[in-house]
Design a protein around this ligand. Structure first.
Ligand code: SMG
Ligand code: MG
Length: 390
């Protein structure tokens, strides 16, 4: 593929209701989207192009999971846009200028000299991968070698004003068909809400909690009380760089520890497994630098007997589609944070993902399998810029 140019677009979308976690309250989703325009040789193979210079245009969409503020991770939307425009996109376009082809598989090595900024890199790789698969007609799930056609839908439930309000909200999500409940917790909102949900909805409910790094090892005695509620897991109880302390905590509690924020790369996943810092891993492509690394972590975990599930970052339909394809891989043995689009949005920028008997359908069309609805996209857009290959 030769890249013609890249569009960076920032959108701002209202959430249906505020989403509160241990680190803050989100009322809107600000996100950077990427559209890559490229040409592929007609017929799809380099073979053909040698004799025939006709080429077809293809477009790919990527979405950056970085939030408006650097509270979940060090990356944030405007920072991601800046690193994309100044460093990452120019590296990609320089390949075209030099007459070299770009493939999705080359994006990560090409961007490696730039340190960090994994969410920005992941978004660019996603757009190139989508463009490439649009060109070849293959679905992302097919590219991954995914085995399922639907994935079970779990929902992440924000911190509520009261336990009473929480029980109502959880009841509504279960009535919609979501098959697993994740409660956001923080010091002071942990044991009581978990106990109330377990009491009300019974032992069969698939229930887990996510602390978003809000505790320290000194809280082990409180966290131990969660052992009584037969949780699937506790997600990221301690800070991102506390891998060793997670290993210590794992010796003090029986609830399986799942890492989210700490797993920023394939290497970090390998370390966490080797140090026994977690028994489960939440895979988010954005957090680990892209869907190809996400796939590698899946493979690593599968080889080590570590169950994985697909995390969520309040995605629009673009990211939700790609996540569904990833979660269709066989190592994803736990339901992920892939809820219906209307869990967050009254109006999504793609056709909405809906629940069918608690399942989300894995897209089968080329690439990520969904496209933005142009007028809806424009309505939520706050800025766009076009960066042309020279
Ligand atoms: O997309 O369903 C979703 C959100 C899932 O809880 C969720 N994500 O730490 O796992 C996590 C959080 C990160 C984003 S919170 C604003
Ligand atoms: Mg999490």
């Amino acid at each position: 593929m030769k890249i013609t140019g890249v569009e960076l677009r920032t959108i701002r979308m209202p959430l249906k209701s505020p989403f509160e976690t241990s680190f803050g309250v989100e009322e809107e989703r600000v996100a950077v989207l990427i559209r890559v325009v490229a040409t592929v040789p007609e017929g799809g193979t380099a073979e053909v192009s040698r004799h025939d210079h006709h080429s077809a245009e293809t477009q790919g969409w990527g979405a950056c999971v970085a939030m408006e503020l650097p509270l979940y991770s060090s990356e944030y939307a405007d920072g991601a846009a800046e690193v994309l425009r100044r460093f990452l996109v120019p590296k990609l376009l320089a390949e075209t200028t030099a007459g070299r082809d770009v493939t999705a598989e080359l994006v990560d090595p090409l961007l490696e000299p730039i340190i960090g900024h994994r969410m920005a890199k992941a978004a660019l790789e996603m757009a190139v991968l989508d463009a490439q698969l649009q060109g070849s007609g293959q679905s992302l799930a097919g590219y991954f070698g995914a085995t399922r056609t639907t994935v079970p839908s779990g929902v992440s439930v924000g911190i509520q004003p009261s336990v009473h309000a929480l029980l109502d909200v959880v009841g509504d999500y279960l009535a919609e068909g979501h098959v697993r409940i994740k409660l956001k917790i923080k010091p002071g909102w942990d044991i009581a809400p978990v106990e109330a949900v377990r009491d009300r909805f019974g032992d069969q409910l698939l229930l887990q909690v996510d602390a978003n790094a809000a505790y320290t090892l000194a809280d082990a005695r409180v966290l131990r009380k969660l052992d009584a509620f037969d949780l699937l897991l506790i997600e990221q109880p301690l800070p991102e760089d506390d891998i060793r302390q997670h290993a210590e905590l794992a010796r003090l509690i029986t609830t399986p520890i799942c890492l989210d924020e700490s797993v920023v790369s394939v290497r970090a996943a390998a370390d966490a497994i080797a140090l026994r810092a977690c028994q489960v891993i939440n895979i988010k492509a954005g957090r680990v630098g892209g869907y190809l690394n996400a796939r590698r972590i899946h493979d690593l975990c599968q080889a080590n007997g570590i169950p994985v599930w697909c995390g969520g970052m309040v995605e629009t339909g673009l990211g939700r589609a790609a996540n569904a394809a990833l979660a269709a891989l066989p190592g994803f043995t736990l339901p992920g944070d892939i809820s219906a689009s209307d869990r967050f949005y009254d109006q999504d920028i793609t056709e909405p993902f809906v629940l069918d008997d608690g399942q989300i359908e894995v897209p089968t069309g080329p690439g990520i399998g969904v496209r933005p609805i142009q007028d809806v996209l424009d309505r939520f857009t706050i800025s766009t810029e076009w960066i042309q290959a020279t």
